[in-house]
Write a protein that binds this ligand. Structure first.
Ligand code: RB5
Length: 149
């Protein structure tokens, strides 16, 4: 993934700023979808902005941060075509790309520190979807989404 959208609520703001620098140092282009301060706000707004950017093809994938990563990933997963995972360690982040073709990674700024967050992001970015036996399972997820539209 060469271009990412990044979003957070007020609780994730500091970690987002630190991750921006990390992503830039890796040569990744980032569209910052906010929030832009520690002023209290609501995570669904930023989850929606990042999810839309991924669905529209504006970016290759998205990163989301709130206090736990839970609310912001639940919101992103309401958008058909989004497969968001919340991770607090790199192994699940890697496998979520290889097996589940996740296109959004979320984590909690109250759960992981900067160094662990960087390891999680790096593992997610380095992994590729393996297809094969996993393709039909991901397709089955899409079919469930379509039944509900
Ligand atoms: C905000 O207090 C907090 O609820 C939010 O950042 C997130 O953790 C929700 O899932």
């Amino acid at each position: 993934m060469k271009k990412l959208a990044l979003g957070c609520d007020h609780v994730g703001f500091i970690l987002k700023q630190d991750l921006l620098a990390h992503l830039h140092s890796k040569g990744i282009e980032v569209i910052d979808k906010g929030t832009w301060s520690e002023e209290r706000t609501d995570y669904p707004r930023y989850a929606s902005a990042v999810a839309e950017a991924v669905i529209q093809g504006e970016v290759d994938g998205g990163l989301l941060i709130c206090g736990t990563g839970v609310g912001i990933s639940i919101t992103a997963n309401k958008f058909p075509g989004i497969r968001a995972v919340v991770c607090s360690e790199p192994y699940s982040a890697q496998l979520s790309r290889q097996h589940n073709d996740t296109n959004v990674l979320a984590f909690g700024s109250r759960v992981v520190g900067l160094e662990l967050a960087k390891m999680i992001v790096d593992a997610w970015l380095a992994a590729e979807f393996e297809g094969g036996r996993h393709q039909a399972r991901v397709q089955a997820i899409s079919e469930i989404e379509q039944r509900r539209e």
